[in-house]
Design a protein around this ligand. Structure first.
Ligand code: SAM
Length: 214
């Protein structure tokens, strides 16, 4: 029996070849991809679609949570955070601090994700206040509430710190809520990209509609 492939391209070969048969009609199809094949890391629903058409379609599916990560020391986890934010259809990702970030781990998912730069924690706070978003800081600092026992606001920004220093005092002070992830081993913390995945998925479990997933 042939194994059924999942909704992404992770099969024996990546992507699909040239379109077989008469080309479909519609503005969202990309003639280049129809002609040469589509090897991008996109779910099957978007095969052969133009990139701007994919972004426009995602814009109608995005969730109400935003993700922010501090970047005062060029954190190498940002790419992973962007990729996970894309997978869970976050409204946007905010890079707080330095504008430049290491795109490697994003695996080009940033092309389909709105990514904003916020120079300081105060700028992120102002953005959130203007849009009625709660700022939920995620850090293993004293006084944080266990995320396992805390309801995450539907409209929020999930804010993460960097490897090493963790979340800045300024970000913690600007937050409406600080939550921590329960740990049981010897290490002080998990990787920031992993922490972001755990908490984003917490939001998904609480607020997203699993029937709307691919
Ligand atoms: C590697 S941690 C920083 C750890 C910190 N310097 C320490 O040793 O206590 C980087 C970021 O990952 C996230 N993080 C890692 N482990 C966490 C946990 N158990 N609870 C909440 N956030 C965590 C937070 O956003 C944190 O700022």
């Amino acid at each position: 029996m042939t194994e059924q492939l999942g909704p992404t391209e992770w099969g024996t070969s990546v992507g699909v070849g040239p379109w077989d048969g008469p080309w479909p009609a519609g503005e969202h199809w990309d003639p280049e991809l129809l002609e040469h094949g589509d090897r991008r890391n996109v779910v099957d629903h978007y095969r052969y679609w133009r990139r701007d058409a994919i972004v426009a379609d995602l814009d109608m599916r995005r969730h109400e949570f935003h993700v922010a990560i501090e970047n005062f020391q060029h954190d190498h986890n940002i790419g992973t955070v962007v990729r996970t934010a894309n997978a869970f259809a976050a409204a946007a990702v905010h890079i707080v601090g330095r504008r430049r970030w290491n795109r490697r781990g994003a695996m080009v998912t940033d092309r389909y994700q709105h990514v904003h730069h916020q120079p300081t924690p105060a700028d992120l706070r102002a953005f959130a206040t203007e849009r009625g978003l709660a700022v939920v800081a995620v850090d293993n600092s004293p006084g944080a509430q266990p995320v396992e026992r805390t309801a995450l606001p539907r409209r929020c920004v999930l804010l993460f710190g960097q490897e090493g220093p963790g979340l800045s005092d300024a970000s913690r002070a600007e937050a409406d809520l600080v939550v921590s992830i329960a740990q049981f081993g010897s290490t002080r913390s998990v990787n920031a990209g992993v922490a972001a995945g755990i908490v984003m998925h917490g939001w998904i479990r609480e607020h997203a509609d699993p029937d709307a997933a691919w």
